[in-house]
Design a protein around this ligand. Structure first.
Ligand code: SDX
Length: 428
């Protein structure tokens, strides 16, 4: 690879491809002209070596365990910022001043209510429907209510849709929970913070005033920050691909929610807590470690491993600290936390996990906190989707406003039958 050029020789052909550099991180080989010049495709199922876009929103260094949002380290944002401020940062590229933050927060709070007709959607579900199934349906249905803001070529439409999505996700998520427990929906109360409003809509009841516990509000807000965005993960890539066809933003976010639901992705927080419950006590850990290492056993340590992080997920560090804060604020103690700490200790000293660089990820400790706050495990991925909506929206806006944006349409390595003639039924 000469300076800024990569050379590929195959089938007797040699082609030079430009090498591009970002501000930080790996350079990329620009292969856009490869097929036209050589008739060759590249092959990368799972996209382990593929950059799908330019982006200025989030940077991850998996080897160093670094996560930056518009250049700011996640640890500093988790300690000093708020989810509303991080949302503004992800959307606009800079931290807001006081007036900008106040205006943004006021705008979001003005969109927290959903159309009254939307509440009838919930009645069509069984009470025991998984809340993620409800989220897929209800968020997708939002496009039936906002025809006035689905012209994605109009920056104003994009802005109002973005604000509506960020503002309404807590209301929709809280309604999914209320429906599952047979309690009435609560309307938002906009004098509360974004996160306090969500906690009240989820755990409050019309029969009495709901007091937001400041330590829980802070911990929940920090959990939202930790889940806000994460480069081109599976669900964000889904949102980008859906958006590349010109689909409206509500449909794109519903696609992202569907992808996030998978246990290999956002569904891992629910799966991780269920795994800890199955393990139960620390003495059972060696058995499960052996199962996780057994190639013939599909069992994996949920909440461990990551496509990008080959070091400790910086979000898991903050999450572990947050467990202790919530436990002391709520004066609770969950023995599963001890089991989780012991599981981490044993796994990180095991050659299998060391060699494969499998560390706890964002999902390993989050379930313990969410359970302590009072959420059922079925709500954990809903909370992930609630927080990740701002990341999806920021990435969608970045893609749509790129003048070079094209519809995403990958090719394949065909391994099926060559052409053959139809055989009439009576001859088969
Ligand atoms: C999230 O992409 C993102 O940024 C996602 C996310 C975000 O914020 O959007 O960070 C959120 O999705 C976090 C990940 C949550 N998922 C889990 O915790 C599920 C358990 N983890 C694994 O399924 C797995 O680690 C993945 C899916 C997260 C990553 O899978 P990769 O990158 O495709 O790696 P792999 O499956 O090829 O594993 C590499 C090796 C394999 O062994 P070999 O075939 O090489 O012998 O490591 C093994 C795997 O078997 N391995 C594990 C393991 N994870 C990987 N073995 C035991 N337990 C595990 N958890």
């Amino acid at each position: 690879m000469s300076e800024n050029q990569a050379t590929l020789s195959a089938d007797g052909k040699t082609v030079e491809m430009p090498v591009r550099s970002g501000t930080i991180g790996p350079d990329v080989v620009d292969i856009r002209k490869l097929y036209g010049q050589t008739g060759l495709f590249t092959y990368d199922p799972g996209f382990t070596s593929t950059a799908s876009c330019d982006s200025a929103i989030t940077y991850i260094d998996g080897d160093e365990g670094v996560l930056l949002h518009r250049g700011y380290p996640i640890g500093q944002l988790a300690e000093h910022s708020s989810f509303m401020e991080v949302s503004y940062l992800l959307l606009n590229g800079e931290l807001p001043n006081q007036d900008e933050l106040a205006e943004f927060t006021r705008t979001i709070s003005r969109h927290t209510m959903v159309h009254e007709q939307l509440s009838t959607f919930y009645r069509g579900f069984r009470r025991d429907a998984h809340p993620m199934a409800i989220m897929c349906g209800v968020v997708g249905a939002l496009s039936a209510f906002y025809h006035d803001s689905t012209d994605i070529a109009d920056p104003q439409h994009r802005k109002i849709s973005s604000h509506r999505l960020i503002a309404k996700m807590p209301t929709i998520a809280a309604m999914a929970y209320k429906y599952s427990v047979g309690q009435p929906f609560l309307y938002p109360k906009n004098e509360l913070s974004y996160t306090g409003n969500f906690l009240r809509m989820t755990f409050g009841v019309p029969a009495e005033e709901y007091e937001v516990v400041p330590e829980v509000e802070r911990a929940m807000d920090r959990i939202f920050i930790l889940h806000a965005d994460h480069e081109q993960n599976a669900s964000t890539s889904t949102v980008r691909l859906a958006g590349s066809s010109g689909a409206n933003p509500f449909a794109c976010m519903a696609a992202g929610i569907a992808c996030l639901w998978g246990p290999a992705h956002g569904g891992a927080n629910e799966a991780a807590l269920n795994m800890l419950k199955e393990i139960g006590t620390p003495d059972k850990i060696p058995h499960y470690i052996e199962r996780a290492k057994d190639k013939n056993d599909p069992f994996r340590l949920m909440g461990f491993g990551h496509r990008v992080y080959k070091n400790y997920d910086p979000r898991a560090t903050v999450m572990q600290q947050t467990v202790r804060e919530v436990f002391s604020a709520l004066k609770v103690n969950d023995p599963l936390f001890e089991t989780a700490l012991r599981l981490e200790e044993i796994a990180l000293s095991d050659p299998y996990f060391i060699e494969k660089k499998l560390f706890p990820n964002v999902d390993f400790y989050s379930g313990i906190i969410l359970s302590a706050i009072g959420f059922p495990t079925t709500m954990f991925t809903v909370l992930f989707a609630l927080a990740r909506t701002v990341g999806w929206v920021a990435q969608w806006n970045e893609m749509i406003s790129d003048p070079g944006q094209k519809i995403g349409r990958p090719r394949q390595l065909y391994t099926g039958p060559t052409q053959r003639d139809y055989i009439p039924l009576n001859q088969r």
